[in-house]
Design a protein around this ligand. Sequence first.
Ligand SMILES: CC(C)(COP(=O)(O)OP(=O)(O)OC[C@H]1O[C@@H](n2cnc3c(N)ncnc32)[C@H](O)[C@@H]1OP(=O)(O)O)[C@@H](O)C(=O)NCCC(=O)NCCS
Length: 131
Amino acid sequence: MALWRACGLVTAYNDPVADLARAIAGPSSCVLVAEKAAGLIVGTVMVGHDGHRGWLYYVATDPSDRRAGVGRALIAAGEGWLRDRQIAKVQLMVREANAAVLPFYEQLGFEETPRIVMAKWLTPSDGDRQS
Ligand SMILES: CC(C)(COP(=O)(O)OP(=O)(O)OC[C@H]1O[C@@H](n2cnc3c(N)ncnc32)[C@H](O)[C@@H]1OP(=O)(O)O)[C@@H](O)C(=O)NCCC(=O)NCCS
């Protein structure tokens, strides 16, 4: 949770504790971590699939451990997890305000895909929600 906060991935409209609990409950999702030493987490990726496509969320490397290949290893691990489950394609969403991260994904073989993502909240709002 601290890592996600340090990486700017926690928003007012997401509950990271609930996200983490659901993801690790599986069976079609998990959170993979990179450890610098036993128990010292420096990177994460949440990976899951819906039987059709695989999705990555919470891709994060501790600010002090960036540009050392951690992110690359996390993406490879997420892709491997999906391949092991016969999922043929992996996708992810990048917030418009976070476009600076696009070269990272491009470097790893991702490309922008021409789709319009539509969304709808299914729970009541208590205020500050954005897309
Ligand atoms: C994106 C992020 C996970 C990258 O992690 P990382 O561990 O630094 O990535 P790597 O060292 O494995 O980088 C792999 C390659 O991606 C490219 N890359 C990584 N960060 C980059 C950046 N900020 N700008 C341009 N290219 C970048 C580089 O080509 C790099 O290889 P190189 O270092 O040999 O040049 C990290 O910057 C991060 O946690 N950002 C904040 C959270 C976030 O925005 N996550 C994505 C949400 S969609």
